[in-house]
Design a protein around this ligand. Sequence first.
Ligand code: M6R
Length: 610
Amino acid sequence: MCGIVGYVGGAECAPILLDGLRRLEYRGYDSAGTAIFDGQRIGVLRAVGKLRNLEKAVDEAKPAGTTGIGHTRWATHGRPSEVNAHPHLVGDVAVVHNGIIENHLALRARLSAAGATIQSDTDTELVAHLIDSHVRAGEGLEGAVRAALRELHGAYALAVLSAREPERLVVAKNASPLVIGLGDGETYCGSDIPALLPYTRDMVFLEDGEMAVLERGGARITRLDGTLVEREPRYIDWSPVMAEKAGFKHFMLKEIFEQPRAMEDTLRGRLDRERGDINELEIGLDASAAAAVRRVYLLACGTSYHAAMTGRYFIERLARVPATVEIASEFRGRSPVVGEGDLVIAVSQSGETLDTLVAAKEAKANGAKVLAIANVIGSAIPRMADGAFYTHAGPEIGVASTKCFTTQLANLLMVAIWLANRRGHLDADATRALVEDMARLPHLMRDTLMSTRQLVANIAKRYNDARDVLFLGRGPSFPIALEGALKLKEISYVHAEGYAAGEMKHGPIALIDAAVPVLVLCPKDAWYERTLGNLEEARAREAQVIAIATEGDEAARNVSHDLVEIPSVREELTPFLTVLPLQLYAYYVADFKGTDVDQPRNLAKTVTVE
Ligand code: M6R
């Protein structure tokens, strides 16, 4: 996830671009840049790190000009560095991009063979080369962008500036957001509303497969085939605070609702629906190494540990490799028996958690192969690992992890399917069926969030002064029960415990009375009947029972006080859906209590201490 901005008008554009980028910094902050036409040529300024580094460069260089584009980067292809920062200038063409070009390898090979000198590791520079080649062949900027777009597969929001036509910008969108702002004699573009809000409230939202030419007098939108699109601007009446959080009250809520988009980005280019297979993943293993894996260790902390627990279930069930999941701080220093033939998967949103980093280093020193599953490109754990398989959730601002959890689950399930297939435990038909079902996840998650939001808010309101809350689940729902309890604890400060439902009668059942809400995860899976039995036991002891169950489950409805329904899906996919109402439950309880949801007391987003 990156942020892009553009301006064409009568004012000096550098301050406008920087201001827009500041409002988009939540989308990425590993490098930033601007490209501004100074009357003769395009001047590019780029800086690694936070936006203030670019601000400093702009302050020194003082670029003048009234047409320009800007970018704040969240690395997806190539580590954070100046050469990989946007804008990418090729010939007379400068490009900023948010998204992922799936056919980048084929494009790179083709452009290199044709003699292009490619400087960066990014997919975006390839887009700039493509557009430049069409411009040099004599096409106008609009035609050149249109021709280049026909050669791209994947997600993009693009803004393009050419020194040959400096009175306009050309923008295009597919699967990444792009908003056009209409001012008085000036036109803007940006990745979202907040970037443009101080300048105009009249906005036009570009749809997938559309492009637009922006000039001082307004925007002309067309489809890729050239057909004209007439679209009325919408007046946006958001307050500045609402705008920062895209209209949500807290970043956490925004991130909960971003999960379908984050899932789409994470699956893109990895699931191959046409072939019905998982593409070769960036995991540092080939098929023969997959066959040689003797055992898998999953190491993580906190929410990532709960994802790792679910990953163990995926890997053992599908790939039939023995898997152990370890709290990283417990694994390190206890001389674990780990070494050659072992695959260690270190799971970490930040990629910087010290306990996970040290544990993974210890395993590597003993001869194990280390695969990092991380969200922050170029962070410490992926850097020391043999392979880095990134989630593409974009920056997570809320301390309570939500979208990074579900995208970690996706990466773990893809690794499990890949291992299972390459080790001969999943045949072509079974692999295709899993790939197809996974591809439906963004849509299923969107439906679940929309259908449960109000109901869960009502339930949370009713139970928000409970002092203790229990979460129960079996099999893949057990880590989700733990995750539900952790979410509630960390943001609402309510005492909560997650248990394997089968453990109830070994002690925790003594806690139950009429004042204790019990959230039971009982989707229709191999454990369903037994979990339903636990639900009835809790009910018999007068607990307030809230069931998270498969839609249409009348038996669960009859024995619970509240029923939250999720769509019917195969067992491997239930964790992706059952966790959503639990995130919402924690959020609404905290919100009713008035705690600091995004920055709960005593916690930090990245834990780099032991
Ligand atoms: O960056 P990491 O995923 O390694 O962080 C691990 C934990 O610190 C993190 O998941 C923490 O538990 C979150 N606050 C959970 O919401």
